[in-house]
Design a protein around this ligand. Structure first.
Ligand code: WT7
Length: 654
């Protein structure tokens, strides 16, 4: 989010009603939406109870819907028993076994399709392989894979045997991988030799080896899928090839029937402290929220080809690649590589080639593609597209209008979906056949979700355009259950601010005179770089691990494509480097931080200073630093600074 975006969003008052053609065939009509909303309003728990009974296939039906006895550790449908992979696969076999489940496109151009039947067989074989390696219900399995169908197979296979997966984004470094393996005490890592990205192979197995070298005593086995064919080291007794692991395994696997609250997965995400948090999701509630939102928001019909471009390493890849659309029986597209490979027309080429009808991506990708001009998308037939989506950060109206006109040809509604790793599924979004859209607004909460904006005292703000905290006032099935191994942090992070009454998202937002929600960005020290969450503390800890760095403060600057980029003020041990020395050290530090955390965390700007501006109580004046990084006027009172001249130095002028 950028301040200029806030400006333009505040003055954005264009409104786009759903295109008539679309509305005429839409899955949810205005009357149906109104009925759902009324039902949810009258009896919220009853609403979710009905849907959980209708939409999920239960081994043992639940009697109790919401258990709030341990609130805010809410539990949903807790005495029910089911299996997530059964709900994503087996339920479709009788009527839709031969329907494509995954259409895969590799970066080099290889492609293949797996029907629901074929996918089920692959999942069962791999599930049996996991069992043969000793994996049991409740064990944690880390998945560190490229975007290939085997990543989904691995996730679904874990779900099938009741193992809890923790997918780590393939762009994270060995160090980040190691921390996540250790925090979850994973027994197994599933990886690949590598994956193709931007014409190069990303060496995943090597990173796993490095991660396990100085720790990872919990990990007993590593299964390696062969994707690139590049040579890798295999450690005797620990590592085995995917193809060997599945050899001779039966193509049926009775699902492990687990309780509704069984942890389906952990997914680590950044917060305001240095340590990433393992967001823990449930089985039934999560599945219900992702399935319903897939159907309501993406208007899924039987013949749709749905492409969510997110990597499975992020929650979007969990909810709208692996679980939601498969639970809904949809056909999904999965693409391995970089959006710009071999050129910026790749996304549009895939849309044409595979007949994509619903396309869901991030504003940062749209801004990068928009910059390349209109000729590239014009080269491809995008006429099958009927619905477009956006997620990850506020979409600036300029990118929205480009998406709408150049990609959607004004035919396709745009669903701007607001949600978080913690919410599990989409919380606010237009319902495409009903809601008039406004560029930059996620419009309204979807049925069953009770969102509000409150002031510092927790009072609901009714005055349009006054900003405040974005909160959710009622528990919902897809919500996180806790932070793995740290329930105290769950309580203090998300609930304590307003005395456990509301779930506190950490975003600021406002509602306009029509009640539409406009998210303005994070209220905490979380950055959104290319739509991905990074904590300032996490980056700062990486910096200070370098022997030359004494202290650092990280803030964000506005970036045309990334939305925000990382700007670090660094105090060195010894004297402040200048000139060529400063350039050299800055380059070294960029690499160092990239190696510590992963390439997405590499700072764009590094500025050296003799010290950092602090308040009397010793707190770093981040707001001041942010203003400096953004070249804004300084409104802070700097008279109390020990050395006010430091400001000129921080500005890079001395
Ligand atoms: C944060 C959550 C949701 C999956 C991907 C990101 C921001 C997300 C929107 C949107 C404005 C958005 C919020 C939120 N955000 N979607 N449509 N409009 N802001 O998941 O990494 O957990 O990040 O992303 O700030 O809190 P995440």
């Amino acid at each position: 989010m950028t301040d200029t975006n806030i400006e333009s969003i505040l003055h954005e008052n264009r409104s786009f009603p759903p295109p008539q053609d679309f509305a005429a065939k839409a899955r949810i009509t205005p009357a149906e939406l109104a009925a759902l909303a009324t039902e949810a309003q009258r009896d919220n728990v009853g609403f979710w109870t009905r849907l959980a009974r209708e939409e999920l296939s239960w081994h043992t039906k639940f009697k109790q819907a919401l258990d709030d006895s341990q609130a805010p550790n809410y539990r949903w449908f807790a005495d029910g028993i089911l299996n997530a992979s059964y709900n994503c696969l087996d339920v479709h076999l009788a009527a839709n076994g031969d329907k494509p489940a995954i259409i895969f496109e590799g970066e080099p151009g290889d492609s293949h399709t797996l029907t629901y039947r074929q996918l089920t067989v692959e999942v069962c074989r791999f599930a049996n392989a996991l069992k043969a390696q000793g994996i049991e219900p409740g064990d944690r399995v880390v998945i560190y894979m490229p975007m290939v169908p085997e990543a989904i197979i691995a996730m679904q296979a874990c779900a099938r045997i009741g193992a809890t997966h923790s997918v780590v984004f393939g762009g994270f470094s060995a160090n980040s991988l190691r921390d996540r393996i250790n925090d979850a005490s994973a027994r197994m890592v599933i990886t690949a030799d590598g994956g193709w990205r931007g014409g190069k192979s990303v060496e995943l197995k090597a990173a796993v080896d490095a991660a396990l070298a100085d720790s990872g005593r919990s990990v007993e086995k590593v299964i390696v899928f062969k994707r690139t064919g590049e040579p890798v080291a295999m450690r005797e007794g620990r590592d085995l090839w995917w193809s060997d692991a599945v050899k001779g395994q039966r193509d049926r696997c009775e699902p492990a029937w687990v309780g509704a609250e069984h942890p389906l997965f952990l997914l680590y995400t950044s917060g305001s402290t240095g340590k990433p948090k393992g967001i823990q999701h449930s089985t039934a509630g999560y599945l219900l929220s992702t399935k319903l939102s897939s159907q309501w928001v993406f208007d899924l019909r039987d013949d749709d080809v749905f492409w969510c471009t997110a990597d499975i390493g992020w929650v979007t890849g969990h909810s709208y690649v692996c679980y939601g659309p498969l639970a809904a029986g949809a056909t999904i597209v999965m693409y391995e590589g970089a959006p710009m490979y071999p050129d910026g027309g790749r996304f549009w080429k895939i849309c044409e080639k595979l007949g994509v009808t619903i396309f869901y991506t991030a504003p940062t990708a749209l801004r990068a593609l928009m910059k390349l001009g209109n000729e590239l998308p014009a080269k491809y037939d995008l006429s099958k597209l009927r619905l477009l989506g956006s997620v990850g950060e506020p979409i600036n109206p300029e990118a929205w209008i480009w998406y709408h006109t150049v990609i959607g040809k004004q035919r396709c509604p745009i669903v701007d979906t607001w949600w978080q790793t913690e919410t599990g599924a989409i919380m606010a979004s237009p319902i495409p056949g009903v809601t008039a859209t406004k560029p930059g607004s996620c419009t309204n909460p979807i049925p069953g979700i009770d969102m509000a904006i409150v002031d510092d005292e927790g009072h609901v703000i009714s005055n349009p355009d006054q900003g405040g905290w974005l909160v959710v006032r009622k528990p919902w099935p897809g919500m996180l259950r806790t932070i793995w191994g740290d329930n105290a942090r769950y309580l203090s992070n998300y609930w304590a601010r307003f005395g456990n009454r509301y779930y506190v998202a950490g975003d600021t937002a406002h509602q306009d005179q029509d009640g539409y929600f406009w998210c303005l960005g994070r209220a905490d020290d979380v950055l959104k770089v290319s739509g991905h969450r990074l904590g300032t503390m996490e980056i700062e800890s990486a910096f200070v691990a370098h022997p030359h760095v004494a202290e650092t403060a990280v803030v964000s600057r506005l970036h045309e494509i990334k939305g925000e980029s990382i700007f670090a003020f660094v105090v060195c041990r010894g004297t402040r480097p200048t000139g060529a020395d400063a350039d050299r050290l800055a380059a070294e530090l960029r690499e160092f931080v990239g190696k510590e955390l992963g390439a997405i965390a590499k700072p764009d700007d590094i500025r050296f200073a003799d010290n950092l501006p602090k308040t009397r109580s010793g707190k770093i004046m981040r707001r001041l630093l942010r203003a400096i990084a953004r070249d804004e006027e300084i409104t802070e009172d700097i008279s109390t600074l020990e050395n006010p001249a430091i400001v000129e130095q921080l500005r890079g002028r001395t």
